[in-house]
Design a protein around this ligand. Structure first.
Ligand SMILES: [Zn+2]
Length: 151
């Protein structure tokens, strides 16, 4: 058993030297770990045998979970579990849409508050002008009365 796993790991590292896997351009969806349910994360290998090679692993340190896959293996794993990938992407999309909607509502509220403030300022200055006009008209009327009475 021990020998087998050793040769397996040897063939794995040899194959990675012979045929280095180019990294995929897009990020793969991060599924919850099948062992402990915590989301897996993407990492980059900096070993001599696998420089800059991406891998995905569970970050659960409490149980020292062993879920760990090179990017190409993780892609195969995703293909095998397409239903959970779709569910995961679905809920991610829902979250993003909700966040976007919340942002839009916040922006709209702020804009409404700004508009309200501007309208209040306009009404206040309009009231001032109205008062000014009333005083001016009253003064003109008083002056006219004085002039008429004198004549
Ligand atoms: Zn795990």
């Amino acid at each position: 058993m021990h020998r087998l796993s050793k040769s397996e790991s040897l063939s794995r590292s040899v194959s990675s030297i012979i045929a280095p896997q180019p990294s995929l351009k897009e990020d793969l969806p991060l599924l919850p770990c099948p062992h402990c349910g915590i989301a897996v994360k993407k990492f980059e290998s900096h070993t001599k045998d696998n420089p800059n090679r991406l891998f995905y692993k569970c970050v659960n340190k409490m149980t020292q979970c062993k879920f760990w896959k090179w990017e190409n293996e993780y892609l195969l794993y995703l293909k095998k579990h397409s239903a959970s990938v779709i569910a995961c992407l679905d809920s991610e999309l829902d979250g993003r849409l909700q966040a976007k909607l919340d942002n839009l509502i916040d922006e709209f509220k702020k804009k409404c508050e700004d508009d309200e403030r501007q309208i209040k300022a306009l009404v206040a200055s309009f009231d001032k002008i109205k008062l000014h006009n009333i005083i001016t008209i009253t003064m003109i009327v008083v002056l006219l009365i004085i002039v008429v009475v004198r004549i």
